[in-house]
Each structure stands twice: as structure tokens, then as C-alpha cells.
Design a protein around this ligand. Structure first.
Ligand code: NOJ
Ligand code: CA
Length: 538
């Protein structure tokens, strides 16, 4: 009987691996430098696959490594079918995908369909061709307003600050919701659809297991490109309602892509990077015939406070459940301040980040881990002005994303903490001395380290695929704390306050972000901590 159940489960997980997968985000530029030029690359990632397999994640998501002038560090793609020489070659990509598979890791790559680079062949042709021709019809070109067309066609603002329109010397304006080097494509043009379907096939044929779809909510713009009517329109990961994001028409594109993904063997997945005003709007992206997952930024932006977390967890599960999709959970990525710092920084920030990890990994659905969060890395807040590179800083110096993109430390000592081979160049962003004690090497042998906590949590989670889709059942818990069970045999308690909290002992301790005190059937949870419990009966 037990045997039968196990077989069923195995089939279920191989068939639908993504429903509870832990997916590790590799920001390629900052992960591992294989050739010593100070910039992370594909051979570097390949050399660290054993680390990722041992960590216990199920899949990698690689940020863009395609040919790019790097105005937005790869999110400005000049050739979707080739690898930028900074990151390696197509042969390196192939070898990485194959090797990852040999390590039991799936590979998800980024696709950037909202905009290309201004150096993409199509945009160059559009610039050369002049107004009116088919080459301009692949992008969003318009004449300006006002006398002589000197004013932008509408009042839309770029996510990175300033107007979302730039003017060419011939007088026409083109739309760029991000940097001027990232012209928006015109998804009303069938040629654009055909091109991206071909790009997806190219990478699927190379063996990738899915795509993270950049700005998946942006490809379709409201009819007539109407003004927004106010300034301060949208920030990265915004929830504002604007005529250039989250238009109903984008779903047709996702449906077509889903049909394409489903035409390949194995479960190849699409993950929407969609900023939607509410969990309900977000759930539309993961209807059964659309993407498999969407990042849950509502969870990411929730402050460290029990009621808010419970509310966002319940709402996320409910709305994803309505469309039969798993929810996802994410605490950090390459666009936001690392959560150690968002939760207050220092010792308290780290305590909370460790607790948040156990909370996230105890929830039903799929979890995303951003490289270095398993080391408890904080945001680097004191990068010298002259090294800052992120285009988002143009909008607001406080908003720059360089501090979460600093290379990760592999060794406790030595030049650049093992980011590259011995004798290599300066990393593209300097690594602070404080990264040494947080390195993979420094934490590996320490059972109390954050790295050990992640490894252990991922091991237990793997062992208990039983976590599956079972929803959490909330237990009574004192104010400022959360307690829930998942099925019969497992419970998780989280104390989100700075004071110890007492509750009836939920079971036998499996794993703790900070050790609780247990006495006479009562547990005293440490401040800002989470504990996993084995319940009686299983
Ligand atoms: C979202 C990506 O995560 C971010 O890094 C990028 O700047 C924008 N999309 C534009 O492509
Ligand atoms: Ca390199």
C-alpha cells in the first residue's frame, strides 16, 4: 500500500515538476567568473553546478546571457539566438544545459519580448528606413505632439525615469518603457509573434525546460496609447493601473506560447514576470492555458509583520487555487533590495530573513531563491558612486539595483573571495570585506549557518514531497506569530515579533532558524524565528 502511494507521487512530481519546484535564480554576471575577466559567465555557472545540486534546488533560472550592449545588463537583447562573448558561446550554453540535466537540475532561461536592444538588427533597420515603412512597424513609432512634433506623443513615463519616448533625428518618436536603449516592440505586428515563436523554439530545441518571461504584462498597450494623466506612474514591480501594463490582450500571447510549450515533450514551463494590481489580476496569467507560474511580488513586498503575511499567503493561495495553479513565493531577486536589508538589516534582518526562508519553503507551491540569499547576504549599501551602473539610478539614486547584484563570495579569503580563478581581474562590482565570513566555504562546515539552514530545509522539503499542494491549516497562535500545519505530519511556527512567544508544543522539532526553548508541553519561540515540526501520528 505504502509502495503504491509512493509510486503515484513519483509520477506526479516528474509529470508536474514545477508545481512545487524550488528554482534558484542565477544572475549570471555575478555568480561565478570562469575566465577571470571579473564578470560571471556560463562556464562559471557550469563549474558550480555541483554546489547547486548539493544545495538541493530543482531548477535554475539563468538571467539573460544573449548578445547585448548591456545598457540594462542583458535585458536589452541584440540577438536572441546567440550568447554574448562576455558570457561565453553557444557551445557553452549547450554544455551548461546538458550538464545541469546530468546533475538533475532543470534549466529555465529568460526571454525578453517587450523590447529589444536599440542595437538589434530590426531597430537599426527601423532607424535607417525612416518614417512610414514596414521596418518601423515592428516598433512603436509615432509623430510628436505640439508644433513641429516637439513634444512626446503621450505622457507615459519610463520605469527608469523620464519620458518613455525618445526622438530620432528625423523627428519621429519611439516608445521605450524602460531605457532609451530598449525600444518597445509592436505586438500588433504578426512578424513579432512569428519571430518570438521561433526564438522560443530555438532554445527549446537546445533543451531548456522553460522560460521566465520578462515584462510579461507589457507587450500589449491600450488602444490609441491614451495619456495616464498624472506623473509618478509606475516603479519596478509596481501595482499601478496604467494603459501600458496588464492589458487584457497580453493573455492571447501567453495562450499561443503555452500551446507551443505544450507541443514539446516533458513539462516545459513559462513563468510570467508580471506586475499586476492585485493577486486576482495576477492569477489571470496562470490560467490553465497560459503560463505555468507567475512571480508573487505581493509576497515579496509584504513587510515583516504577521497579519500582513497571513493575509498575503491566504489571498495568494486562494486566487491561484481558483485557476488551479500553484502559488509561487519569492523574497528577493536582482531588481529589489535583498530581504536581509529590507527586513531591517544587521542581526535582526538576518534573523528575519532566515525565518522568512523557512516560512516560504513550508508553503504549498513553488519557491524562488535568489543567488546569495542562501548565504544571508545583505544588500551592499556603500558601493562607491563611481562603480554604480544600473540605469534605474537615473530615476532615483536610492533606487539603484547594483547593491543586490554584487558577486557572491565562494571562499572566505583570497582575491575576490573565489568569484573568479586565482590571479583574476577586479569583479565588475567590488565585493565588501564583510562578504568573507558569509562565503560558501566559511558557512559550509557550520551547522548553524544560513547555508546549512537552506540545505537542511531543502533536504526535508524534498524528502517530503508530501508537502505537495496540501493547503496550510492555521492553528491558534499568539499575536505577532503564525502557526500552521500541512497535512497531518508537519507544522510550521513563525514568530514575527522581537520578543519570545509561547504556544503549545506543536510536535517534535525538525529544523529551526533559531532554537526555541521547550518545557512542559510549551514552546517558547525565539524572537524573529521560524521552526518546522514533525507532528505525532506520521
Ligand atoms: C525586469 C527585469 O527583471 C529587470 O532587470 C529589467 O530591467 C526589466 N524587466 C526590463 O527588461
Ligand atoms: Ca568572465
Amino acid at each position: 500500500m505504502t509502495e503504491l502511494v509512493r509510486t503515484d507521487r513519483a509520477e506526479e512530481t516528474t509529470g508536474r515538476w514545477w508545481r512545487d519546484a524550488v528554482i534558484y535564480q542565477v544572475y549570471v554576471r555575478s555568480f561565478a567568473d570562469g575566465n577571470g575577466d571579473g564578470i560571471g559567465d556560463l562556464p562559471g555557472v557550469r563549474s558550480r553546478l555541483p554546489y547547486l545540486a548539493e544545495l538541493g534546488v530543482d531548477a535554475l533560472w539563468l538571467t539573460p546571457f544573449y548578445t547585448s550592449p548591456m545598457a540594462d545588463f542583458g535585458y536589452d537583447v541584440a540577438d536572441y539566438r546567440d550568447v554574448d562573448p562576455i558570457f561565453g558561446s553557444l557551445a557553452d550554453a549547450r554544455a551548461l544545459i546538458d550538464d545541469a540535466h546530468r546533475h538533475g537540475l532543470r534549466v529555465i532561461v529568460d526571454v525578453v519580448p517587450n523590447h529589444t536592444s536599440d542595437r538589434h538588427a530590426w531597430f537599426r533597420q527601423a532607424v535607417e528606413a525612416g518614417p512610414g515603412g514596414p521596418a518601423r512597424g515592428r516598433y512603436i513609432f509615432r509623430d510628436g505632439r505640439g508644433e513641429g512634433g516637439v513634444l512626446p506623443p503621450n505622457d507615459w513615463e519610463s520605469v527608469f525615469g523620464g519620458p518613455a519616448w525618445s526622438r530620432l533625428p528625423d523627428g519621429q518618436w519611439y516608445l521605450h518603457l524602460f531605457a532609451p536603449q530598449q525600444p518597445d516592440l509592436n505586438w500588433e505586428n504578426p512578424e513579432v509573434h512569428a519571430e518570438f515563436e521561433s526564438v522560443l523554439r530555438f532554445w527549446l530545441d537546445l533543451g531548456v525546460d522553460g522560460f521566465r518571461v520578462d515584462v510579461a504584462h507589457g507587450m500589449v498597450k491600450a488602444e490609441g496609447l491614451p495619456d495616464v494623466g498624472h506623473t509618478g506612474q509606475v516603479k519596478m514591480i509596481g501595482t499601478g493601473v496604467v494603459p501600458f501594463f496588464d492589458q487584457d490582450g497580453v493573455h492571447e500571447i501567453h495562450r499561443a506560447w503555452r500551446r507551443l510549450l505544450d507541443s514539446y515533450p516533458g513539462e516545459r514551463i513559462g513563468v510570467a514576470e508580471a506586475w499586476a494590481p492585485s493577486p486576482a489580476r495576477l492569477a489571470a496569467y496562470i490560467r490553465p492555458d497560459e503560463m505555468h507560474q507567475a512571480f508573487n511580488f505581493h509576497f515579496l513586498t509584504t513587510p515583516w509583520e504577521a497579519a500582513g503575511f497571513r493575509a498575503v499567503i491566504e489571498e495568494s493561495l486562494e486566487t491561484a487555487g481558483l485557476v488551479g495553479a500553484p502559488s509561487t513565493w519569492v523574497l528577493s531577486n536582482h531588481d529589489v533590495k535583498r530581504h536581509v536589508t529590507r527586513y531591517g538589516g544587521g542581526a535582526a534582518g538576518l534573523r528575519r530573513a532566515r525565518a522568512a526562508a523557512l516560512l516560504m519553503l513550508a508553503l504549498p507551491g513553488s519557491a524562488y531563491v535568489y543567488q546569495g540569499e542562501e548565504l544571508g547576504l545583505p544588500e551592499v549599501l556603500d558601493l562607491p558612486e563611481e562603480v554604480l551602473r544600473d540605469p534605474q539610478r537615473l530615476r532615483d539614486p536610492e533606487d539603484g539595483r547594483d547593491g543586490c547584484r554584487v558577486p557572491i563570495p565562494w571562499t572566505g579569503a583570497g582575491p575576490h573571495f573565489g568569484f573568479g580563478p586565482p590571479g583574476t581581474g577586479e569583479p565588475w562590482l567590488p565585493m565588501p570585506l564583510s562578504f568573507g565570513p558569509l562565503s560558501v566555504q566559511a558557512q559550509s562546515g557550520d551547522p548553524l549557518s544560513t547555508l546549512s539552514l537552506y540545505r537542511e530545509a531543502l533536504r526535508i522539503r524534498r524528502e517530503r514531497r508530501a508537502f505537495g499542494d496540501t493547503p496550510p491549516v492555521w492553528l491558534d497562535a499568539p499575536g505577532g506569530t503564525l502557526a500552521f500545519t500541512r497535512g497531518e505530519g508537519f507544522a510550521c511556527t513563525v514568530n514575527l515579533t522581537g520578543e519570545p512567544a509561547e504556544m503549545p508544543l506543536p510536535g517534535r522539532m525538525l529544523l529551526a532558524s533559531a532554537r526555541p526553548a521547550v518545557e512542559d508541553g510549551v514552546v517558547r519561540l525565539a524572537p524573529d524565528s521560524a521552526v518546522w515540526w514533525e507532528r505525532d501520528g506520521l
